[in-house]
Every structure is written in C-alpha cells, then in structure tokens.
Design a binder for this molecule. Structure first.
Ligand code: A3P
Length: 311
C-alpha cells in the first residue's frame, strides 16, 4: 500500500501543479517590498501570520532559500523526536496532524491549528526578521540562523529555478545572476536578508551556524545545535542523527519525505560548486556586493568569504 504523503510533499506537489498552469509573470508577487512565489505564499496568509503566537520552547530555523533549510530541518526534527522519546513526561506527538513546516506557507487557518501542536514545535522560515511575527522575539523563542556562502546559494538557486516550476525559470545563468543580485528572486535579497539578521546577532536567542562548517564536521555542528536548544541526547543518539541527515541518506528517503519535490531538491549538497558557473564578471560583482553589504558585519565575517568565495 502506498504511504500517505507528508504535508511537505503534498503542499509542494500541489504548488508545482498549480504553477504549471501559470504564465511566468504570474509566478511571483510583491508584498511589503519583497518578492514571493504565488503558489506558495499569499497576502492573506501574511496577514493571518501577524496573529501567530510563538512559544518560548519553539525551535525556529531561519535561512535564506537554498541555504540548506531542508537538511537542517531534518536534523532538528530528528533531534526533537529523539528528545521526546527520552523525556517520559514529554507531550505525546501521536495523532496530531502535522503542518507544512514553513511558517509563511499554507492557508490562513494554519496558525489556529498550530496552537494545538504539542511542544516542541519546529518552525522553518525564509522570512527576514523584520517581517516575522513579533511574538517570536518577544516570547524569546530560540532561533537557529542558517548561513551559506552567497556564491553557492546563487548557484543552487539558479539550478533549482530551472526545475522547480513555482519559481520563474531563466534562459541563462547571466539573467538569473542579475535578478539574484538585485533581490528580484523569491524571498528577495540575500544581502538585505543577512544585513537585517545581523541586527539580532548579539541576542543569546539567535545562534548562527553555517552550511560549510556543518558539512566539514557534521558531528560537531549537530552537537552545537543540541547544546543551544538543550536537547537531552547522548553521543550515540547524536551520531545516529548525523547518519540519518547525510546527503545520501536524505536523498535515498526523499520519495517518502519530499515526494516528487525530492527529485529537484537533492542536487549536489556540496561546497564550492559555484566554481562550475561563475565567470570573472560574476566574481567581481559578488565581491562588490559582499563588500558593500556584509564585509563589515559579524554575520559577514561568519560567512568566511575569503575561504569559501575566493576566486
Ligand atoms: P545544492 O543545490 O547546492 O545541491 P534548501 O533546503 O534551503 O532549499 O537548500 C537546498 C540545498 O541544500 C541544495 O544544495 C541541496 O542539495 C542541499 N542539501 C539538502 N540536503 C542536504 C544534506 N543532507 N547535506 C548537504 N546538503 C544538502
């Protein structure tokens, strides 16, 4: 018998089917100055989201699209599930319907349903902090802020745009690159996104972690996340989470977790694939943008631009 679809697979497959019926120009809309994909986000949902009440023990995963949010989402949901098994007094997660994990995607009623979700809720988002519901900061929920170097994000985003129908496709890498740098892709400007998050960098509730550091040493990266969220896990359990979150393992399970979306999501999962795409003019432009917007910031330093983006 076929397994029931996860909300993630279901919503994404419906969004892809809806996008196939739309013209390119209708795939995106602008809300409060930022571009969003029409078949995933709506102004009604953004309005309803204002009423969202965060909890102190919510686990928030924030990251610009293509920074590895599905990878870190797998790590966090596995940590939450393992921790729940370890805590005998933990609320039972059985029987409560799951929600599509991104805060800003779904229907306007999702925030009412989310009130019934047991702790700890995992909430992923691509939104810039100034557009998030205030209660996330007011109620002191902890936020894992995912970073990935801008050249790999742009490269991943370009390949994804060619195959994910809800995002406008491009005739050339050059034309995509122009829109990426200008912040005209879904969820807007990578540079504004990180500049805005940099304002929260001194908060003890926000912990940045980079795709590159976790790729280099996944055990250490996951341990850092465990300590930040205070999950009661031992070394063996952390190692099991690390194994289950490997690119190969996630790709192998992707039919069950992501449905047909898995076919377009799990591409290479590597660091520095930008070298296959960037020419001198792209390197110069990216260097300029980095210098103007991020070089002087704490988060900019955390990107290790000189290491990961050096031409
Ligand atoms: P590439 O396109 O460079 O391969 P997001 O989930 O935010 O959309 O990010 C997608 C990127 O994360 C893709 O990058 C994808 O391959 C990569 N990714 C997904 N799962 C991964 C994993 N377990 N390990 C490493 N990278 C992963």
């Amino acid at each position: 018998m076929e397994k029931p679809k996860t909300p993630l697979a279901d919503v994404l497959e419906k969004s892809m089917a809806a996008a196939d019926t739309l013209e390119r120009k209708d795939l995106i809309f602008t809300y409060k100055g930022t571009v969003y994909p029409t078949t995933l986000c709506t102004p009604e949902v953004f309005k309803a989201m204002e009423s969202f009440e965060a909890r102190r023990d919510d686990v928030i995963l924030a990251g610009f699209p293509k920074s590895g949010t599905n990878w870190f989402g797998q790590i966090l949901s596995d940590l939450i599930a393992t921790a729940a098994k370890n805590c005998k007094n933990e609320t039972n997660h059985d029987g409560v319907p799951e929600e599509f994990p991104y805060l800003e995607v779904g229907d306007p009623e999702k925030y009412e349903r989310m009130k019934k979700l047991p702790p700890r809720r995992l909430i992923r988002t691509h939104m810039a902090p100034q557009n998030l519901p205030e209660s996330i900061f007011k109620n002191k929920a902890k936020i894992l802020l995912l970073l990935r170097n801008p050249k790999d994000v742009a490269t991943s985003y370009y390949h994804f745009s060619l195959v994910f129908s809800p995002f406008p496709s491009y005739e050339s890498w050059d034309s995509f690159f122009k829109d990426f740098v200008a912040g005209k892709v879904p969820w807007g400007s990578y540079f504004n996104y990180l500049s805005e998050w940099n304002k929260y960098i001194d908060s003890e509730k926000v912990m940045p972690v980079s795709f590159e550091e976790v790729k280099e040493n996944t055990y250490l990266g996951v341990k850092k996340i465990v300590e930040f969220f205070e999950f009661p896990l031992d070394e063996e359990e952390i190692n099991a989470v690390v194994q289950r979150s490997s690119f190969q393992s996630m790709k192998k399970n992707s039919k069950d977790t992501h449905g047909t979306f898995g076919d377009v999501l799990f591409r290479k999962g590597a660091v520095s694939d930008w070298r296959n795409l960037f020419e001198e003019k792209h390197n110069l432009e990216m260097d300029k943008m980095y210098k103007e917007h991020l070089a002087a910031t704490t988060l900019g330093a955390r990107l290790k631009y000189d290491v990961y983006c050096k031409a």
